[in-house]
Design a protein around this ligand. Structure first.
Ligand SMILES: Cc1cc(Br)c(Nc2ncc[nH]2)c2c(Cl)c[nH]c12
Length: 298
């Protein structure tokens, strides 16, 4: 049977790693120290993360992918979106996160074996669903023949307020955090708070920093949303559709740093918004890079 995506243990007492089997951690070892990001398992050879987790001079031997079963995988390639350029708007905008998304390819370049090492799936390690793939059509319980990518978007990113979640690691434990994606008329209200980020104080036009590639979450209306910490970068923004999990975004950046070393402040702020790269806006790139991976895009 084709590996069904977005499946997880649902029973209350299930270990957190089996409730969130698609979460992975990326570690980048540099002379300046260790950087960690989150990622999502999407195929046996690829995890999806944020491009800003890497520097241009990082080499693949410095990067490892850690899955929930404790396995560490070597990396053969980091494929950042071609339009990602954190320096694109310097000096006015010191960091620009448009197209903040990257695929990390698993395998060991040095291994003489023909077959690349690949992620072993098990109850703690499973792929998440990606929009506009057959796997997601099945996960949405729709007819494979007739369902279009637009229908996926209409079903998942309805107009207004969309319930979603991300997974963070607190005291070595995975915990889910609930957020609401502001779409439709709620989107400008959410995006506007980007100008409250210290980084963007001298920016006047929000569209200079919040491009159409972003989904916006956070704040206190209509509910008090969880906020991200820098260490959450690269993790998946997930929609739970009838106990099947579909990734719609990659955690990119946030307005307020309400965390000290991943210890969250107790109170959020109304302007504590987070921005996530919207997978529906990077599909041609995703499809072109995943074509030999047994994922059939619509
Ligand atoms: C997830 C995440 C990533 C980054 Br990079 C942050 N840092 C930042 N955002 C704007 C400029 N720098 C934050 C903050 Cl702050 C909260 N969550 C973040």
């Amino acid at each position: 049977v084709i590996d069904m995506c977005g499946m997880a243990k649902q029973y209350n007492e299930a270990p957190h790693v089996e409730k969130n089997p698609w979460l992975a951690t990326i570690s980048v070892t540099r002379s300046s120290g260790l950087e960690k990001c989150k990622a999502a398992v999407i195929t046996p050879h690829f995890v999806l993360t944020a491009a800003h987790c890497f520097n241009i001079d990082d080499e693949v031997h410095q990067i490892k992918v850690l899955t929930n079963d404790g396995k560490r995988y070597a990396v053969t390639n980091v494929i950042s979106h071609p339009n990602y350029n954190v320096n694109a708007k310097k000096p006015k905008i010191a960091e620009f996160y448009d197209y903040d998304i990257a695929l990390v390819e698993i395998g060991d370049k040095n291994k003489r074996t023909i077959k690349k090492e690949k992620i072993e799936f098990n109850p703690k390690v499973r792929p998440i669903c990606i929009p506009c793939t057959e796997g997601t059509t099945r996960a949405l319980r729709k007819k494979v023949a007739q369902t279009t990518c637009d229908e996926h978007e209409a079903t998942l990113l309805k107009w207004g307020i969309v319930e979603a979640l991300f997974i963070t690691e607190e005291d070595n434990e995975l915990t889910r955090k609930d957020v609401t994606i502001k779409t439709g008329d709620q989107k400008p209200v959410c995006n506007r708070d980007a100008l409250k980020a210290p980084l963007y104080v001298n920016v006047t036009d929000v569209s200079e920093v919040v491009s159409d590639r972003f989904l916006c979450t956070g704040g206190t209306e209509p509910q008090v949303d969880a906020f991200t910490c820098k260490g959450d970068s690269g993790g998946p923004l997930v929609i739970n559709h009838r106990q099947r999990y579909i990734q719609v975004g990659v955690i990119s950046w946030g307005v307020a740093n309400l965390c000290i070393n991943m210890n969250r402040a107790s109170m959020t702020k109304p302007y504590a918004r987070d921005f996530h790269t919207n997978l529906f806006k990077v599909l041609p790139w995703l499809e072109s890079r995943l074509k030999d991976e047994g994922i059939s895009f619509l």
